[in-house]
Design a binder for this molecule. Structure first.
Ligand code: GDP
Ligand code: CA
Length: 326
C-alpha cells in the first residue's frame, strides 16, 4: 500500500514512526515542512525533516521530541563561550548531520537529494521528501512586528500571540521531485497531528501540492494535534483559538477545508463530532495520545482503517488521474 503523509516535526515524527510500524515502510512517503528551516552558524538546518529522519532511524530523543538521543552540547557551549549564536539548540551528534547536509547543498545538491542520501545512510526505508527544494520560509506576524519562525518559536519561546503567518517564497515554490508522484500514487493521504498553521500550512502553501490534494481520488485523513482542546506541546491551541476561531475538532477540520474526508480526534473531544460532520468530514474518535510505540502504531492503524472505510471523493469519478484504480 502507498501512503503519503504530510508532516511537521514533533507530533508528525511520532505519527510517521507509528505509521512505519503499521504498514510497509517502502510504500510510505513523508512530505515534510521546510518553513522552519534556517541557516545558523553557517549551517543549513531543517528541523522538521530531521525530526522525522531521526525518529525513523531510531536515533531520536523520545522525551525531548526533537534531536538525537544521548546528545551532548559541547560544541554549543564553546559557541556560547565565544559569544557566538547559541540560541538555536544544536547538539554535538546532530551537528554532524548539519555539516554533511550543508556541504552537499553548497556543492549544488538539492535538499531532496541530500535528504534521501541521509535517510539511506541511516537505514531509513520510507521516503522522506521536503515539500519543496525551493526557499520557503515561515514568518510570524505579532504585535512586535514580523518575526522569522525560529526567532519567534525558539528564541522567544513562542510567547507573542500570532496575528498571522506568511510563507515567504511560497508563490514561486515548486513541489520537490517525487512529491506530486507520491500524492498521485498514494492509496491513502494522511495529515499527521502537526500544527495546521505552521507545520502543515507551509506544505499546503505550495500551490501544486494543494491542487493535487484538492484533485485527489483517494481518501485523505487528518489526525488532530489537540486533545481536550489543548496542544500536547507548542502553540497549536493558541493559534487555533486566535486564527481559527476556536479549538474544537471542527476548527481543526476547517484548516483543511476541501482537502480531507476524515478527521481522527481524541475521545476527550467527542462532543465536537457533530461539528465535524456538519463540515462534510467524517469524525473518527479514538485515543490519540502517542505515549509509546504501541499507541503510535494504534493511531496510525486507526487512520489507515478510517481511510479504507471511506468512499473515494466524488472527484474520482470525473477523472482518471489515478490510473492504477479500476
Ligand atoms: P513541530 O514542527 O515540532 O512543532 O511539530 P508538529 O507540528 O509536527 O507537532 C506539534 C503538534 O503535535 C502539537 O500541536 C502537539 O499537540 C501535537 N502532538 C504531539 N504529541 C502528540 C500526541 O501524542 N498526540 C496528538 N494527537 N498530538 C500530538
Ligand atoms: Ca516545526
Amino acid at each position: 500500500m502507498n501512503v503519503a503523509v504530510l508532516t511537521g516535526g514533533v507530533g508528525g515524527a511520532r505519527f510517521v514512526r507509528g505509521l512505519v510500524d503499521a504498514t510497509d515502510p517502502a510504500g510510505i512517503t513523508a512530505i515534510g515542512n521546510v518553513g522552519d528551516d534556517l541557516e545558523v552558524l553557517g549551517l543549513y538546518v531543517s528541523p522538521d525533516l530531521d525530526s522525522v529522519l531521526y525518529a525513523l532511524a531510531d536515533l531520536n530523543d523520545e522525551e525531548r521530541g526533537w534531536g538525537r538521543a544521548g546528545e551532548t552540547w559541547n560544541a554549543l557551549e564553546t559557541v556560547d563561550d565565544l559569544d557566538g549564536e547559541a540560541w538555536f539548540r544544536l547538539g554535538d551528534r546532530d551537528l554532524g548531520l548539519h555539516l554533511v547536509r550543508t556541504q552537499a547543498l553548497q556543492a549544488g545538491t538539492s535538499l531532496s537529494d541530500v535528504t534521501a542520501r541521509l535517510a539511506r545512510s541511516l537505514g531509513v526505508e520510507a521516503s522522506i521528501l521536503p515539500a519543496t527544494d525551493d526557499r520557503l520560509r515561515t514568518w510570524i506576524r505579532t504585535e512586535d512586528g514580523e518575526l522569522t519562525f525560529q526567532d519567534w518559536f525558539v528564541r522567544r519561546g513562542h510567547r507573542e500571540e500570532v496575528a498571522g503567518v506568511r510563507f515567504e517564497g511560497a508563490e514561486a515554490a515548486r513541489p520537490a521531485p517525487g512529491v506530486l508522484q507520491a500524492l498521485e500514487e498514494a492509496d491513502v493521504i494522511l495529515f499527521a497531528p502537526s500544527n495546521p498553521f505552521v507545520s502543515i500550512g507551509p506544505i499546503l502553501a505550495v500551490a501544486e501540492i494543494r491542487e493535487a490534494l484538492e484533485a485527489r481520488t483517494v481518501p485523505a485523513v487528518a489526525v488532530s494535534p489537540l486533545i481536550g482542546g489543548r496542544a500536547i506541546r507548542g502553540p497549536a491551541d493558541r493559534m487555533l483559538a486566535r486564527l481559527g476561531g476556536g479549538t474544537a475538532p471542527a476548527q481543526v477540520a476547517d484548516c483543511y477545508k476541501g482537502l480531507i474526508d476524515v478527521l481522527v480526534f481524541d475521545e476527550e473531544d467527542v462532543d465536537g463530532a457533530a461539528g465535524v460532520e456538519a463540515l462534510g468530514v467524517r469524525p473518527v474518535v479514538t485515543k490519540t495520545l502517542m505515549v509509546d510505540a504501541a499507541a503510535r502504531r494504534r493511531l496510525a492503524e486507526t487512520a489507515l482503517s478510517a481511510a479504507s472505510e471511506t468512499r473515494v471523493p466524488a472527484a474520482a469519478t470525473s477523472g482518471a488521474r489515478h490510473s492504477s484504480r479500476p
